[in-house]
Design a protein around this ligand. Structure first.
Ligand SMILES: NC(=O)c1ccc[n+]([C@@H]2O[C@H](COP(=O)([O-])OP(=O)(O)OC[C@H]3O[C@@H](n4cnc5c(N)ncnc54)[C@H](O)[C@@H]3O)[C@@H](O)[C@H]2O)c1
Length: 436
């Protein structure tokens, strides 16, 4: 395995410059067109950036989606993550007597902050599944290099990141590159049928929406001395708890519910956002600087409101639900059920279930083979911004406009990507934390 060195000045800007150089070389060497694989016989080389739980899952789905795929490269900031992901995927896909599907050579299994460049260079299709903070950088480098992308959610943690992703979306569009989002519910058969019903007027005009993502939380962060040689390493190993890495949990997790609200609104953005939140249970320093509960109200120009709440409190009632209320009835999105105003069920999905994670990849690879283009960039950017806007409203305690959040200058990046100290900003205090 190759452990790539960190550049001397590994700022966001230097990485972007390096990415652009690699991109220029790569597109010049092998121009990619939408119809390149239309014959259906060529090998499609898949690369993975972020070899964690979701990344290895996405690689598995990519290899299952199309028999002509091989995993040719992988990168993670941590060498142990690359090694264990490579072992796991090799066990699954390199069976005795069969052609191996995980063919990444040692030199293409890279650890370090700039490993993504190697993956992009080697691949036709790049799976982006690192922690959310790095997504804008990885995505830009991928589309600049003319590569098709599977892009996990959320796609950014701040507004500059979202604006960068919108630009990358446009670059992908101009180059006829597929850009499939990990907002997986949009690929779920039951949800697709339910939203089709909404589009066809089953509940009349939408009046209000309510979504909840209330669970017990994620892993308990512990400092393992063998794994935490610097603050940067500690924070990356426990990325969920740092706003600059995850966006906070209403962005990392609740985005799935918020995305359904945007789906119902045909991806029209709300005009104002207000909310509250805080840390009631996860107060210890080891929980970084994120909140453990949020309550946000989004208001659209038409007056439609979405009430969105999420929390990470163990030993409390869990609730993951989405409701859409219209002039003629109500949708329970998670159970794919529509009732009239008196509560009578007027429609219920009874089609096949289907694995949405697999379907995303099936559709991505089918599109590439057919020379077609799927581009989910606009909605994945807007839904990410919706979630970030909720965080900003709760952190500041202010009512914010969509225009203001879209133009926010707040950049959560650390000064440098290096194995050193990364200061942790204080937990936000509404009324004191400014909107930037
Ligand atoms: N669509 C879904 O339902 C779903 C489910 C789970 C996770 N996710 C998303 O997938 C992403 C990864 O989540 P996960 O659960 O796999 O977390 P994870 O911690 O298991 O994996 C993330 C990996 O990314 C690596 N990484 C961090 N910075 C990197 C960088 N600069 N370059 C390369 N690798 C880097 C980490 O070391 C880690 O191995 C997150 O954005 C998460 O929101 C989506």
């Amino acid at each position: 395995m190759n452990s790539s060195s960190t550049p001397n000045d590994p700022t966001r800007r230097t990485f972007l410059a390096a990415a652009t150089t690699a991109a220029a070389l790569s597109t010049a060497a092998r121009p990619v067109s939408a119809g390149l694989w239309a014959g259906g016989s060529d090998l499609l080389k898949v690369g993975l950036v972020g070899v964690g739980g979701r990344g290895t899952g996405a690689a598995e789905q990519a290899l299952n989606a199309d028999p002509g795929t091989e995993l040719v490269a992988m990168a993670d900031v941590f060498e142990d993550a690359v090694a264990s992901g490579r072992r796991r995927l090799s066990r699954m896909f390199n069976k005795e007597g069969q052609m191996p599907r995980v063919t990444a050579k040692d030199e293409d299994c890279v650890a370090g902050f700039d490993g993504y460049l190697r993956v992009i260079e080697k691949s036709d299709v790049v799976l982006l599944a690192s922690t959310p903070h790095f997504r804008p950088l990885h995505l830009r480098a991928s589309v600049d290099a003319g590569k098709h992308v599977f892009c996990e959610k959320p796609v950014a943690v701040d507004a500059p990141g979202v604006r960068s992703v919108l630009e990358s979306t446009e670059i992908a569009r101009q180059k006829n590159l597929n850009l499939v989002s990990g907002l997986c519910w949009r690929y779920h058969p039951g949800k697709r049928a339910t939203f089709e019903q909404i589009r066809n007027g089953a509940v009349g005009d939408i009046v209000t929406m309510q979504c909840s993502y209330m669970t017990g939380g994620v892993w308990d962060p512990r400092r393992r001395p063998d794994q935490c040689k610097s603050q940067m390493e500690y924070q990356l190993r426990n990325w969920y708890y740092y706003t600059w890495l995850s966006g906070d949990f209403n962005v990392e997790q609740h985005i799935h519910s918020l995305d359904k609200m945007m789906w119902a609104m045909n991806d029209e953005a709300p005009v104002t956002i207000s909310g509250s939140g805080g840390r009631q249970v996860r107060t210890d320093e080891r929980y970084g600087n994120i909140y453990d509960h949020f309550d946000v109200v989004y208001t659209w120009a038409s007056g439609v409101k979405a009430f969105a709440r999420c929390r990470h409190w163990p030993n409390c009632e869990n609730e993951v639900e989405d409701y859409i209320f219209g002039t003629k009835g109500r949708v329970d999105v998670m159970s794919h059920t529509i009732t009239d105003l008196k509560g009578n069920v007027i429609w219920k999905y009874d089609g096949p279930d289907g694995d949405m994670y697999q379907i995303e990849h099936n559709e991505l690879f089918a599109a590439i083979r057919a020379g077609k283009v799927i581009n989910n960039g606009d909605y994945m950017s807007k839904s990410t911004m919706l979630a970030i806007a909720g965080r900003m409203a709760a952190y500041t305690g202010q009512r914010l406009t969509w225009d203001a959040v879209m133009n926010s200058k707040e950049d959560l990046s650390p000064k440098q990507y290096e194995w050193a100290d990364v200061p942790v900003p204080p937990v936000a205090i509404p009324g004191k934390t400014p909107f930037v």
